[in-house]
Design a protein around this ligand. Structure first.
Ligand SMILES: *[C@@H]1O[C@H](CO)[C@@H](O)[C@H](O)[C@H]1NC(C)=O
Ligand SMILES: *[C@@H]1O[C@H](CO)[C@@H](O)[C@H](O)[C@H]1NC(C)=O
Ligand SMILES: *[C@@H]1O[C@H](CO)[C@@H](O)[C@H](O)[C@H]1NC(C)=O
Length: 471
């Protein structure tokens, strides 16, 4: 049962109808394991009511607590009224766009169709890439192309043409956050630690004038390394948040590969999971994701947080989440929740609420991979082939003068000791510092095998404290 869908919404409708009516879909499907996910789910769990996920149209109504760029995604009106530019819309009269053509070299065509060079013209995703040469979207991370990394469809979770809408492991909730990291993300990581919760981040490389995620002069690089190190899952939300359906195939590849290069620069590997911006990925797009070895992931609980980013409105998002949990608690059906770490109320209000409810319902807040029963080894691809077999045989060799792992792999060649990925080398040849890596099978020859003392803080009081003292 392949689903070639032009609209993800329609696609989910099809998926639910198809899996609901066709009990043995997996038997007749061209790709049994691909359809197995939806088929299995429909038998175990009734489908959730689905809310359409519409493109961003709102922006935060309150100023951000620290001076970072305002989040602004795809809203055609975003920044039209910015008055802090030396060459704002009111001083530029050079038109561009479908009716006027391209701007000159080094110029950006704003969403409103004016040429300029300041952030309000160039920021992603608004800047019109077909009529510009200098949009943020057109910038590139440094370093080698990742397109030669081999991309087998590892694991049992379907790729490309068969998108993932729901988790499969009972009593799990996958909280997923799109569009960051951004100014609040560090606090969100503190909060997740305080609840000993794992989440998944669909990271965008250069949106909203935030700078590049692999540029060490911004905080994003260290934030993403922290996510990786502390067991959250990192997935791709494209380089600059364009609508993939509206791009050429070459532009779609560019959107994925540039984010990969940046990820490789930050964590040493590239993700296998992606979510299309605006949940928009038609069959051409799905085919490209399939070729590039990506799982396409949507959601089955839309918190609608981007429309509710005020103290008054956020209750509506809480209600959506509470209802979904209430409806499914009895069967243990898992939830795949979408939210956005770029919004204040999401980070400082909604998330703690969801985490408390998850605990009360005796669910577990886990990564997407875990809620799908997908091994951690399948969440990323590494530039060098996994050293699995060699690592297994390395057990007895003497630890000593190996170089520190630059890419998260370990074994014969590298030690994890002192690496950013964690000090322990797992039996599969990857560095980390949870029990997965330091527990049974850990290779003493390529790192430490004792769990460190970095325990998640259980003290949630400090979060309230921080909330009351905006920086
Ligand atoms: C959190 O949300 C509630 C509504 O659910 C609201 O009453 C409260 O003011 C919000 N808190 C903050 C700090 O914004
Ligand atoms: C995990 O790794 C980081 C970075 O190397 C380190 O600071 C931290 O203490 C480690 N935690 C554990 C549990 O080993
Ligand atoms: C929790 O954090 C608050 C604020 O920093 C502090 O006053 C309190 O003593 C801490 N409690 C514990 C048990 O560490």
């Amino acid at each position: 049962m392949y689903l070639h869908c032009f609209l993800p919404l329609l696609c989910l409708g099809l998926a639910i109808t198809a899996s609901g009516q066709d009990e043995d879909a997996s038997a007749s499907a061209p790709d049994a394991h691909a359809s197995g996910l939806l088929g299995t789910q429909s038998r175990l769990f009734p489908p959730l009511p689905f809310r359409p996920h519409l493109p961003f149209r709102s922006r935060p109504k309150r100023p951000l607590p620290i001076p970072i760029p305002r989040p602004g995604f795809g809203g055609q009106s975003v920044d039209a009224d910015m008055d802090d530019d030396e060459d704002g819309p009111h001083t530029s009269f050079v038109r561009c766009g479908p009716d006027f053509g391209a701007c000159g070299e080094g110029q950006c065509c704003s969403a409103q169709g004016y040429c300029g060079q300041s952030p309000s013209y160039c920021q992603a995703p608004d800047c019109l890439i077909d009529y510009s040469t200098s949009c943020d979207a057109q910038k590139s991370p440094v370093g080698d192309d990742t397109s030669l990394i081999s991309r087998p469809h590892i694991g049992d979770v379907p790729y490309g043409y068969t998108p993932v809408y729901s988790c499969t492991e009972p009593k799990t909730v996958a909280l997923t956050y799109d569009d960051g990291p951004m100014g609040y993300t560090g606090d969100l990581l503190d909060l997740l630690d305080a609840y000993d919760a794992k989440a998944t981040f669909f990271v965008t490389g250069i949106n909203s004038n935030k700078g590049q995620i692999d540029d060490p002069s911004f905080p994003w690089l260290k934030m993403i390394q922290r996510m990786f190190r502390t067991g959250h899952q990192i997935a791709s939300h494209t380089w600059s948040h364009q609508t993939l359906d509206q791009l050429t195939q070459a532009q779609r590849y560019d959107q994925m590969i540039k984010n990969e290069i940046a990820f490789r620069n930050v964590i040493g590997g590239i993700p296998t999971y992606m979510r299309p911006p605006y949940s928009s990925c038609d069959s051409d797009c799905a085919g490209d994701m399939d070729d590039m070895g990506y799982h396409i992931v949507y959601f089955d609980v839309d918190t609608d947080d981007y429309n509710n980013d005020t103290p008054e409105d956020i209750q509506q998002s809480k209600d959506i989440f509470d209802n979904a949990l209430k409806l499914n608690k009895a069967t243990g059906r898992p939830l795949l929740v979408i939210a956005h770490d770029v919004h204040e109320q999401t980070v400082y209000n909604l998330t703690a609420h969801m985490l408390k409810r998850i605990r009360t319902a005796k669910y577990r807040p886990v990564t997407l991979g875990e809620c799908l029963g997908d091994s951690k080894m399948n969440w990323y691809r590494w530039e060098k082939p996994p050293v699995k077999d060699k690592a297994m045989n390395e057990e007895t060799s003497i630890s000593g003068s190996k170089p520190i792992s630059p890419d998260g792999t370990c074994g014969t060649k590298y030690t994890c000791l002192g690496s950013v990925f964690g000090d322990c080398c797992s039996g599969y040849g990857y560095c980390g510092n949870s029990t997965l890596y330091c527990g049974s099978g850990c290779l003493a020859s390529a790192g430490s095998c004792s769990l460190g003392d970095e325990q998640p803080s259980k003290n949630a009081t400090f979060l309230r404290y921080r909330w009351q003292t905006p920086r």
